[in-house]
Design a protein around this ligand. Structure first.
Ligand code: NAD
Length: 494
């Protein structure tokens, strides 16, 4: 089917997004009755009113989730039974891709077609992969002496709270909630206040798939009034967070001040991308370097510091600028859009302040302006700075927008030193056609993931996460299950 801009506009006209929280299998208003508006950043128009939950709603959701966990209604089902339910969820996500991608786009500004054609199918595949894995995980028997039997089994933790950001609202929610559910936990999900719609819709699909009432709950609202009470709650056993490093540190404190709950953090990044002159396909490297503008640059793992070897610097920068032009901001409902709107006005202003800082620190090589589309000025042209050094703010701080800082280097050792000189360590990339160099540099880079001759690779099969102040623990792959279970040892004398 040809999904034209008119096709999506017609869908928008018929859409009535649900804005209530979801507790104990039902959509509910906040206890106070308060709501807050959900604004489409690409038009400035209100899309829905969202339930403004607070501590009392969190207490209710956690107590329901704990009661259901203790009852065993989900936790004591066999892994194969849980698999069957989660496979149904994967199918429901596939069936609802149109609505989910539209909600995602209206809520946070991303191009709807990118979400529909790439992100949603991958997400359905991710849920399917987790579901399929859960009844293939074997536990262990330790190699003890004869007469002793030591069984080592994974056990669900209890109530897992998931607090997620707005840049990939449904992906981040599913990356946390689905493996947590697969392990038998009960879940309370808190979406970002900027992007609640797909999390709310997910609740309907989780229920339709057959997850018992109260096992999956969504509490909408703000960080300080919903996120903090979850972090501080005595009955939350595990807190899985994706968001900024600053808020990640709050969760470590909340845990220390309450019940020492497990805290898993996926936080910020300022990923380096090193391009050596010996790279065979420099044109492809430039095209991939420009992927920094994907999702409006609102990507934690984006290669935002581009390190280019001196000899190829000027030509390479010209190529990156050529590909940056493909990301000209466009109405997110236009199926050809590669770059949509920034998530909200406050964030647009924050990114533009960094652009202004960049103009005083370095050389603006491309972009640097806001663009007005459909009356909204939440669009920023891809922006490239050259002449950057690693001490500048635009090289050190996470901007979380379409801003690329290009740094020139002379030697391999210098490139590694610059790349590692960051408080973050989420991802790093190297472009080279020298095999030894590829291995040598990959080993030296301090990051959770290193990509060679490509950027920003993510798959359900492969762990994703950071070192240093980018966080701990890993989403995706079988390692994700480690976050949502603990090991129970049983000694038996015979
Ligand atoms: P944020 O940290 O401001 O918010 C994330 C979540 O935390 C939201 O749900 C928010 O309501 C909640 N929150 C905010 N303040 C809180 C507080 N005081 N106590 C408890 N909860 C609170 O992040 P954001 O602006 O939504 O997202 C952007 C950030 O997310 C960037 O730093 C980005 O790098 C990071 N991110 C990281 C990854 C990763 O996998 N490493 C992925 C996506 C985004």
């Amino acid at each position: 089917m040809n999904r034209s801009i008119e096709f999506w506009q017609t869908k928008v006209a018929g859409l009535k997004p649900e804005g209530r929280a979801f507790i104990d299998g039902k959509y509910v208003d906040s206890i106070s009755g308060k709501t807050f508006p959900c604004i489409n950043p690409a038009t400035g128009k209100e899309i829905a009113q969202i339930a403004e939950c607070e501590r009392a709603d969190v207490d209710l959701a956690v107590s329901v989730a704990k009661r259901r966990f203790d009852s065993g209604v989900w936790a004591k089902r066999s892994p194969t039974e849980r698999k069957t339910v989660l496979l149904k969820l994967a199918a429901l996500i596939q069936d609802n891709m149109e609505e989910l991608s539209l909600l995602e786009s209206l809520d946070m500004g991303k191009p709807v077609e990118v979400s529909y054609a790439y992100e949603m199918p991958e997400l359905g595949g991710y849920v399917q992969w987790v579901a399929e894995a859960v009844d293939k995980l074997y536990d262990e028997v330790a190699p003890t002496a004869l007469g002793d039997l030591a069984l080592i089994r994974r056990e669900a933790l209890g109530v897992v709270a998931c607090v997620v950001p707005w840049n990939f609202p449904l992906d981040m929610a599913i990356w946390k909630c689905v493996p947590a559910l697969a392990m038998g936990n009960s879940v309370v999900l808190k979406p970002a206040e900027q992007s609640s719609l797909t999390a709310i819709k997910l609740a309907e699909l989780v229920k339709a798939a057959g997850v018992p009432d109260g096992v999956f709950n969504v509490v909408t609202g703000f960080g300080e009034t919903v996120g903090a009470p979850l972090g501080l709650h005595m009955d939350v056993a595990c807190l899985a967070f994706t968001g900024s490093t600053e808020v990640g540190k709050h969760f470590l404190r909340y845990s220390a001040e309450s019940n020492m709950k497990l805290v898993w953090l996926e936080c910020g990044g300022k990923s380096p991308n090193i391009v050596f002159a010996d790279t065979e396909n420099l044109d492809q490297a430039a095209k991939l370097a420009a992927r920094v503008f994907y999702n409006q640059g609102e990507v934690c793992s984006s290669p935002t510091r581009l390190l280019v070897e001196e000899g190829i610097h000027d030509d390479f920068v010209a190529q990156v600028i050529k590909y940056a032009k493909d990301y000209e901001p466009t109405d997110p409902l236009d199926p050809n859009a590669l770059m949509g709107a920034m998530v909200e006005d406050i964030h647009t202003q924050r990114v533009m302040r960094y652009v202004e800082t960049g103009k005083t620190e370095a050389t603006l090589a491309y972009g640097g302006e806001q663009v007005v589309i459909n009356g909204s000025s939440n669009f920023i042209r891809p922006t490239i700075f050259t002449g950057v050094n690693n001490e500048m703010r635009i090289a050190k701080e996470e901007i979380f927008g379409p801003v690329l800082s290009i740094i020139k280097f002379k030697t391999e050792a210098e490139a590694i030193e610059i790349a590692n000189d960051s408080i973050y360590g989420l991802m790093a990339s190297v472009f080279t056609s020298n095999l030894s160099r590829a291995h040598r540099v990959s080993e030296a880079l301090k990051a959770g993931t290193v990509t060679v001759n490509t950027v920003d690779m993510v798959s359900p099969l492969v762990p994703f996460g950071g070192v240093k102040q980018s966080g701990n623990g890993r989403d995706n792959s079988l390692h994700a299950f480690d976050k949502y279970s603990s090991l129970k040892t049983t000694w038996i004398k015979y």
